[in-house]
Design a protein. Sequence first.
Length: 266
Amino acid sequence: MADHPETRSAGEKNVLAVDVGNTTTRLGLFAGGELVGTWELTTPERLTADEARAQVAQALSMMGSGVPEDAILACVVPSLTDVWRRALAASCPGRAYVVGPGLRTGLRMRYDDPSEVGADRVADVVAARERYGAPVVVVDLGTTTNFEVVDADGAFAGGIIAPGVALGARSLAAAAARLPVIELRAPGSVVGRNTRAAMQSGVVLGEVARIDGLLDMIASELGGQAAVVLTGEGAASMAALLRHEACVDDTLTLRGLWQLWRANVR
């Protein structure tokens, strides 16, 4: 006979983690603490709770690992937070947790106003500290390029927020009539011999130089080198171009969400 969900230990439960970003929404299903499936979709400008619930059902059917008992949500789009919370509450028999005020994180914050720290940034820091130790710097590539810094004491020291590489490319093409939309890849040489190559150098290699330079400045401010973890869109390609050695962890945010759920489950 199968155990009733309430009689099982927290570590044995199926948990759905949902990370709603400005551009991409990612879902991850955990069983017994292991990530057993992921699903990714484009974040729409508008969404109803019924539509979000249908997306959850589709993702779960594709991941094929059963119905989750609990869920945890990180959402950086305020208009979609309650939509996803209601969808997850309707999709899971247990509780739908939302990363935000009132949720235990186990983090010491050196940020002036901790409420300003995005839910995805909190999840990144929690997972990075657990998986890679301290000090550690997370570089999360998405609509924005976020640096999250954990100091030697394991506290969240703060971070850096810059425009993401795709946003930079779109802005160039939109603002200058003669500049095309480009493929985001490194050109064969730094000095471009045509417009597309020149833009790729400025956007992609410019992002590489910015990340490397900011990592140097962070190390100087911390008083020593820290482990570097890249996650997000194109993390593996970007890591290969960096001067700094960096780990690539595509599931960092989802794993951080599971850890946050684990710290709060009763």
